[in-house]
Design a protein around this ligand. Sequence first.
Ligand code: PAZ
Length: 345
Amino acid sequence: MATSPQADGESGTVFSAETYFATQPPPSSLEQDVARVKEFLQRQLQDGRKVVLVTSGGTTVPLELNVVRFLDNFSAGTRGATSAEYFLKAGYAVIFMHRQFSLQPFSRHYSHSTHPFLDFLEIDESSQSATSASSPRITVRPSEEPQLIEVLSTYKAVHRAGTLLTLNFVTVNDYLWLLRAVSQEMSILGRSCLYYLAAAVSDFFLPRQKMSVHKIQSGKGSLHIEMDQVPKILKPLVAEWTREGFIVSFKLETDPNLLLPKACQALARYGHQVVIGNDLHRRKFEVVFVSPKSSSSSASQPSAYEEAWLRIDLNKDPHKEIEEDIVAELVKRHEGWIRNAGTAT
Ligand code: PAZ
C-alpha cells in the first residue's frame, strides 16, 4: 500500500518512490516502450552483448496540466550522445533514453545550431542536362566528405547490427516511469548491464494534484509556486529494480568545493559503484570518478572513497572528447565487476 507524501519539516513535501508511482500517472507511451525494450534485450541476450542504459538531456517540469509553461535546464545531451557512440564502439548495445529533441548519437555531429547539414550540401546543376527532365543531384562539399563518410558508415553499421534503441522523455514524470520500467527489464542481464545516468533530472516537481488545469493567468502580481521534492530514484534503482548492474551516476555542481562531498554522500546513501563529478564550466575537459575503496569497511566515512581525476588538454587536441576516456575507464571497471561476480561487490 502506498504511504502518503511526508512534510519535510521545512516546506514542501517529500515523496517516496512508492508514493510517487502510486499518485502520478504513467506516460501514455510507456507500454509500447517497454515492449520495444523487452524485444531489444532478448536479442542482446542471445548475442551475448553487454548492454548500457545511457540517460541524456534535461527534464521539464510542467506548471499546468494543459501545459503552456514549464521549467527546464541547460543540458543539451552532449555527454550522453557522445558517450553512447563510444559505448557502441566498445561493443556494447545501447539503450539511449534521451530528452526529446536533445542531441543523439551520430546526428549530433550535424547539430542544427553548430554544424547545420544544409550548409555543406551543394546542388550540382551540371548533373541536369538541358534535354532531360531529371532533377539536379545533391553533392556533399568535399571538405565535409571524410567526416560524413565515417559518421554515416558507423551509423549504418549500428543500425544493421540492431545495437541501438532510442527512447524519449520530456517531463521528469516521463523520465521516472521510463527509468523504472527499463531498469526492471534490464535486470535479466545481471552483471552484464551498465547504467550511465547522465541526464540532468529536476530535483523538484509539481504533483498533478497541485497543478492548475489551464494556463496560469497573469494579473495577480507575482507568481508563487511551491514544488515538491522528486523522490531519490537511485535508492530503489540500486536496492530493488536492478539486480547486479554496474551503476554510474553523475553529479553536477557549480561550487567546486561541493563536488567531492556530494559525490561521497551519494555513494554512502545509495551504495552504487561510481559517481562521476563534474563542474558546470569544466565538464568538457575535467571530471572526477569517485568510488568506494575496495578495502574500506565504513561507507559513512569520506575516507571510504577514492577519487580519480580525468583531464584532457583541449589546447593540444581541440577535437578530443573527454567521453572517449570516460567510457574507456568504465568499460575496464565494468569488466572487473563482471569478473568479480560471486565475490565481494
Ligand atoms: O548534457 P550536457 O553534456 O550539456 O551536460 C552533461 C551533464 C552536466 C548534465 C552531465 O554530465 C551530468 O552531470 N548529469 C547529472 C546532473 C545532476 O543531476 O547532477
